[in-house]
Design a protein around this ligand. Structure first.
Ligand SMILES: Nc1ncnc2c1ncn2[C@@H]1O[C@H](COP(=O)(O)OP(=O)(O)OP(=O)(O)O)[C@@H](O)[C@H]1O
Ligand SMILES: [Mg+2]
Length: 784
């Protein structure tokens, strides 16, 4: 019998029961901040420590790479502490620093390294590195294990290339972005190009089907996968090949998933296949020595636009408990205490989410006392709003030295909102944009990665094309076109054509020389790929290709900053090698393609975090600013007339509020400049009105609408009587709508009781209403 583990004392009884549950399926459902992620983390430690599960047999899925790192650190600490007790009979913290480091490193090697812990994409990309060579797509095409991962912009440029060059279509009519989106959706539904084509009714759809088909061909030619493939290919592989599924099923005896409410159908398929080996029914016996453990909160489901479906969470018990005795407590644990937020913040969050109709009621009690009142600030415009945020951060820091920059988060609905905030913060406050300014999306970083990819996987024509004349080396577009055409004609990859003397000789003398020099530089470094470290190769290829000197010659501030970014990329290569004991370029490249936006946020980094609400999931901060609470912005314009979408926006607001531990600021503006247009009047978000007014303090004059007046579906701006509604509406009439604010009638259809109106709201476009039911009144009749 092992001594009880200390870490169990960090858990409440419900959390503990979830951690101690050994075999079979288990669902933990609970509201925000109730310790779901903590429970999952401790469970991994417990499986290893108490049930002697080999870490190799554990697959733990996190929502971000950062979350995976945090969990690993926590588990590493638990085992370092255990090793300290076993080896020295002393607590870890009492040992000399050197011993502590040695024990941590032993814990890392023994327990963390063999664990498979990460996002769906990173875990299944890793799995494909073992087995993708056994996969065949519907056209019997195959991929090699050194495949390249195309991120979104690579995928888009491939689509663009097909649209404009291969199909000779007008980019304006066949927008590569929306076609890539359609392909992504088809893939997420598991539809092949053939399935897709079969469903199309019109010409455009059929053309997109052909583009999809060509896109797949090009991916296969380039030995590349896009992000969707990282999940779709393993799912198909498992279904194609029983023995491969059998192997991984046997390997991952314990599967754990965080944020299960945002799982999509493909992710679900993977989890289900791995846990059940594809068998429809599992009895108690078949669950022996294995488990599936998921945690989630349907109220925080915010990724439906990426096909996430919280019904997957609601169906878990039926799904995995099928064949087991009908006993709720065996397959579900509820956590009902919130450890994160001050009670007043939690109360506001609970009151808001209760307005959603599509939800299951939950209990979420505070464990912490009341904190500072939530403050709601009305600003004149987005610049003043940004100044408010900056000034509050500075004030709070001055007042409380314990608050470091990392204690603050600024959350907004759309990425574009960050600019004004950045401008205000820049000179005085260190900040990072989580998810917006993607390091790996910067041009110079992408160029450098393309060089590296071309070295590792010369078949990767997309990367080759990106760098063939970057920096300019006299290989003009006409030359590139000829080379590409030659590659098609000869049926060989572009890379071979570049090295093929006969083809190169057909080019004009100067171009031919430039091509030869370029090919030679690549060849030289290619031959070093296995011998030198990734950092040396990066430095070497950027020097020899002339990339560095080109930037140095430019001498501008921008070029300097690009050089700094490339230096930072070299740091990333080195850091990756150290952390993963992996010196290979392939390893680094896979990691770089997957680097989630959230990776910009490092543990303990001294900076204010600014990010979209979507990126904030799972995180917590002592002080949170939730900005831009304006109707049309948040809730987003697209959601206002769609009840299901509006509920998702409300969940997003719930996620935002529940990120705050101590203090919450809300703000909105009177006017806002959006999408580079003139300033437009803005109206406060309905979510502000839905929060209990007694929990808020604000600078708003006149007073906020009393809470009672915002009960759903009850018009409150004026009383709309039947007679008032049946009036002679005319184009040009001015109205006030309860949530959308002032507007002007631009369209009148029908008459009397059957009138329908089109009303234009500044900044929101035209909306169609039945005046009998719309919560609005006429304030000024048209002069006509
Ligand atoms: N039993 C506990 N005792 C004290 N603190 C706890 C306990 N359980 C969790 N916490 C703390 O509460 C906070 C929230 O925990 P955690 O992030 O695991 O919640 P969560 O349910 O995953 O939240 P979210 O829904 O936002 O993902 C963390 O700071 C965590 O350390
Ligand atoms: Mg969590």
């Amino acid at each position: 019998m092992k001594a009880p583990a200390d870490y169990l004392s960090h858990l409440n009884p419900a959390q503990r029961s979830a951690v101690e549950h050994f075999c079979g399926p288990l669902l933990v459902v609970a509201g925000a901040g109730s310790g779901k992620t903590r429970t999952l983390t401790y469970r991994v430690a417990h499986l290893i420590r108490n049930h002697s599960v080999d870490p190799e047999n554990i697959l733990a899925v996190t929502f971000t790479n950062k979350a995976a790192r945090e969990m690993q650190e926590r588990i590493q600490l638990i085992f370092a502490q255990q090793l300290a007790e076993q080896t020295y009979s002393h607590p870890l913290e009492s040992l000399p620093l050197q011993e502590q480091t040695a024990l941590r490193s032993r814990a890392y090697k023994r327990y963390i390294k063999p664990l498979w812990m990460g996002t769906f994409h990173s875990l299944f990309a890793r799995l494909l590195r073992f087995d993708i060579d056994k996969y065949r797509d519907e056209k019997e095409r195959k991929w090699e294990r050194n495949f390249t991962i195309y991120d979104e912009s690579d995928a888009q440029s491939l689509v663009k290339n097909i649209v404009t060059r291969q199909f000779d279509l007008d980019e304006k009519k066949f927008d590569p972005r929306s076609i890539r989106y359609a392909i992504g959706n088809a893939k997420n539904l598991g539809h092949s190009p053939q399935d897709f084509a079969r469903e199309q009714q019109n010409y455009r759809g059929r053309v997109i089907g052909e583009i999809y088909d060509a896109y797949q061909t090009r991916l296969a030619e380039n030995n590349a996968l896009d992000f969707d493939d990282l999940l779709l290919v393993p799912a198909r592989l498992f279904e194609q090949n029983e023995s491969i599924l059998g192997y991984w099923h046997d390997r991952f005896r314990h599967v754990l998933v965080d944020e299960y409410q945002d799982t999509n159908r493909i992710q679900y398929r993977l989890i289900r296949l791995l846990s059940t080996n594809g068998e429809p029914h599992r009895d108690r016996w078949s669950w022996q020595q294995r488990s599936i453990f998921v945690v989630g909160d349907a109220d925080q489901s915010i990724y439906s636009f990426r096909m996430a479906d919280f019904k997957i969470l609601l169906e878990f018990q039926e799904d995995f408990g099928d064949g087991l005795p009908d006993d709720d407590t065996r397959t579900m644990v509820k956590l009902e205490e919130n450890y994160r937020s001050r009670s007043n913040i939690l109360e506001a969050a609970n009151a808001l989410i209760e307005l959603n109709t599509e939800r299951i009621d939950k209990v979420l009690r505070p464990t912490r006392g009341c904190g500072a009142t939530i403050y709601c600030y009305k600003a004149d415009n987005e610049l003043v709003e940004a100044q408010f945020v900056r000034d509050r951060i500075l004030d709070l820091r001055r007042a409380d030295p314990e608050l470091d920059w990392g204690s603050f988060a600024i959350l907004y609905r759309t990425n574009a909102q960050s600019r004004a905030l950045e401008d205000a913060l820049r000179s005085e406050i260190p900040y990072i944009i989580v998810g917006g300014l993607k390091f790996y999306d910067r041009k110079e970083v992408k160029d450098a990665l393309a060089y590296l990819r071309a070295l590792v996987n010369p078949a990767d024509t997309v990367s080759l094309l990106r760098i063939i004349n970057t920096p300019r080396r006299g290989i003009g577009q006409a030359t590139v076109d000829r080379l590409v055409a030659a590659a098609r004609e000869l049926g060989m990859p572009l890379w071979h054509v570049l090295q093929d003397e006969t083809s190169v000789k057909t080019l004009a003398g100067r171009s031919a020389k430039a091509v030869q020099r370029f090919a030679l530089t690549l060849q030289t470094w290619q031959s070093q790929v296995t011998e030198r470290s990734a950092a040396e190769i990066l430095d070497g290829i950027l020097s020899d290709s002339g990339y560095y000197s080109d930037l140095q010659n430019q001498g501008t501030d921008e070029a300097t900053s690009r050089l700094e970014n490339l230096k930072e990329l070299a740091n990333a290569v080195i850091q990756f090698a150290e952390e993963n004991e992996d010196l290979s370029l392939e390893g680094f490249l896979a990691n770089a393609s997957l680097a989630s936006d959230l990776d910009n946020l490092e543990e303990g980094q001294q900076a204010v975090s600014a990010m979209t609400l979507h990126s904030a999931k799972g995180l917590e901060f002592p002080v949170v600013f939730l900005v831009g609470l304006e109707q049309g912005l948040f809730p987003h314009n697209r959601a206002i007339d769609d009840p299901a979408a509006l509920e998702e926006e409300r969940r997003l607001c719930y996620v935002g509020i529940t990120r705050a531990r101590e203090q919450l600021f809300l703000s909105f503006t009177r006017e806002r400049r959006l999408w580079g247009m003139a300033r437009e009047p803005a109206l406060q978000s309905q979510f502000l009105q839905e929060l209990p007014s007694e929990l808020l303090e604000s600078n708003i004059v006149p007073q906020r609408l009393p809470r009672k007046s915002v009960e759903r579906d009850r018009p409150t701006v004026g009383t709309v009587s039947a007679t008032a509604a049946i009036q002679n509406w005319q184009i040009g009439d001015r109205v006030i709508h309860q949530t959308l604010g002032p507007g002007e009638v631009t369209l009148v259809m029908g008459e009397g009781a059957k009138t329908t109106l089109g009303i234009k709201f500044p900044g929101l476009g035209t909306k169609i209403f039945d005046p009998k039911f719309a919560p609005m009144r006429r304030v000024e009749a048209s002069a006509n």
